[in-house]
Design a protein around this ligand. Structure first.
Ligand code: NCD
Length: 359
């Protein structure tokens, strides 16, 4: 069964096709109004959300389908200790497709391994957020006409911001993308992502938004992810690291595109909303259209019963275990520990749930 757990579950041509479908939906909404009649989307949200959950629900309703689900873990059987695997099996009896958000990394992957219906990762811890990435790619395509030849600055919490991680991964597959990483020292992009997806000479790191602004075609602002800090004082120290205001914007290009996955806390002043370069509310609207395209695609494939073979060959180990305290295996003891061998010489493995390295 085809699911969307990481942006790499989609090929570049498939992403391009989703963008085209989303644009067609924007042009011809009536054509799609009954496409998902009698189909049900279950939104299983174990973590807070406004845009992602409601845009998924609006997407399904606009396709003529219906929605069910929960918006917090405490109102589901998770509060009684039910595993993600069992929940996924049960929901497969009631719905045709699942969108899941979970604080533990790899939880939607566990759901996809156990559900009989497609599972969409709607955000897992600080790990991935592939549908926000699709939203971002549609926004960039609509604003810039292409996904290549761009300089994009990521500003804020690059350490914990999953939308940043997924978008950098996605953009690594497009031509001539220059990345400027703007963050305090404490919130730099994890080295594992930088080393894997960014080429020497195609990115730079700085703490100064002012210094980066003049070169950017796109500025992707993010909030400091309070909920991912183990030390609240550290969050307080960093929370006001950046604020984009009208004065700083005088340094930017006339055709800059300002993006933000939202919610904003105070990293973009409200006065910027009136600037024609501000695209974050358009971006939120794009999220509904691209999710419509994605739901359609996954349901069509599920109907054809196309079997999706993951090309990841992994080993199941009794002796190795993932050390990441944010991995789903840290809370669900019954889960098998599965790894992919990434460096045979040094015996380095990668957890298939959260992608942390183990040796
Ligand atoms: C993002 C998320 O949940 O990761 N929000 C969203 O989905 N639009 C960004 C954030 O919470 O900061």
């Amino acid at each position: 069964m085809r699911s969307l757990i990481s942006i790499f579950d989609l090929s570049v041509p498939e992403i391009d096709a989703l963008i085209e479908t989303a644009k067609d939906i924007i042009e011809n909404p009536d054509k799609y109004a009954e496409k998902c009649k009698r189909k049900k989307l279950a939104t299983l949200f174990y973590e807070p959300s406004t845009r992602t959950r409601l845009s998924f629900e609006a997407a399904m309703l606009e396709l003529g389908g219906s929605v069910l689900g929960f918006s917090e873990a405490t109102s589901s059987s998770a509060a009684k200790g039910e595993s993600v695997a069992d929940t996924a099996k049960v929901i497969s009896c009631y719905a045709d497709i699942i969108a899941m958000r979970h604080p533990k990394e790899g939880a939607p992957f566990v759901a996809s391994e156990n559900a009989d219906i497609p599972v969409i990762n709607a955000g897992d811890g600080a790990h991935n957020h592939p549908t926000q990435t699709l939203t971002d790619l549609l926004t960039i395509h609509r604003e810039k006409g292409s996904l290549s030849n761009l300089t994009i600055g990521f500003c804020g919490d690059l350490r914990y911001g999953r939308t940043v991680h997924s978008l950098i991964e996605a953009l690594s597959r497009y031509e001539n993308i220059n990345v400027v990483l703007i963050s305090p020292e404490e919130l730099k992009l994890p080295a594992s992502i930088r080393e894997k997806y960014l080429n020497e000479g195609e990115y730079k790191e700085t703490v100064s938004l002012e210094e980066a602004l003049p070169s950017l075609d796109i500025l992707y602002m993010t909030r400091i992810q309070q909920e991912r800090f183990s030390d609240f004082n550290e969050y307080l120290k960093l929370k006001d690291s950046y604020c984009l205001d009208t004065e700083k914007l005088t340094l930017a290009k006339e055709d800059l595109t300002i993006m933000h996955p939202l919610p904003r806390v105070n990293e973009i002043s409200v006065a910027v909303d009136k600037d024609p370069r501000a695209c974050y509310f358009k971006q939120a609207l794009n999220g509904k259209y691209i999710r419509m395209a994605l739901i359609l695609k996954l349901l069509e494939e599920a109907e054809k019963d196309s079997v999706y073979h993951s090309n990841e060959d992994y080993i199941v180990s009794d002796s190795l275990s993932c050390k990441n305290s944010k991995c789903i295996t840290s809370v669900e003891q019954e889960l098998q520990h599965k790894f992919k061998l990434v460096d045979a010489k040094n015996k380095v493995y990668r957890c298939i749930y959260c992608e942390s390295k183990v040796n």
